[in-house]
Design a protein around this ligand. Sequence first.
Ligand code: ZN
Length: 226
Amino acid sequence: MTRDIELVLPYIPLSEKEIDEIFALKKAIFKGHFVYTNGGHGDIYVDKSIITLWPIQTSILCRDIAWQWRDAGIEAVLGPAMGAIKLADRVAEWLTIFTGEEIPALYSEKDINGKQVLKRGIAEINGKRTFVIEDIVNTGGSLEDSIGVCIGAGAIIVGCHSLVDRSSGAVTAQTLGIPKFLALKTMTVANYTKGCPLCDAKIPINTDRGHGEEYLKEHPEKRDWK
Ligand SMILES: [Zn+2]
């Protein structure tokens, strides 16, 4: 890898190539024929859980995010469970290093009804300039929920940042109703909800990632594609 975890100032932001190298190094992006949560098909799958398995790479990416927001006056960082808990922690740590201000890392979690709630640290974001970090944005739904949780706790949202934005431009600061939304990596991913060219070409459907297995139960005739 071209970048070290040691902080060298002045810090030079990661290039697109370096970000891609980290994702490639940890094999977080897969190519094939996948079935997504919304039922659509496509040829790229981002496994959001893989990157955060690796603390050094996670820290390098979070350092980059924190650097971009170091002058935003952020007083608290929140990430929705589970995937963004580690990200919130690392971003808050780097913001603390960059700004000299102690910045807490919080997480929202789902209650038994699947609704995002904030159970711990409400006092730390009430009236505070809060930053929301997310691992991957598809429809923006869970990010909207996290923003809602923060606002409900009295936070002032400064902005949001996602490791990967897979919304193909559908999710913006405007749609989220916040001042600024950024992503470390923006991907335009085909999501064929009908007329899938991969199905037309009989490319085998991946059952290890995404919802391929459930899909094949409903479409057993597609199981034999080799
Ligand atoms: Zn298909």
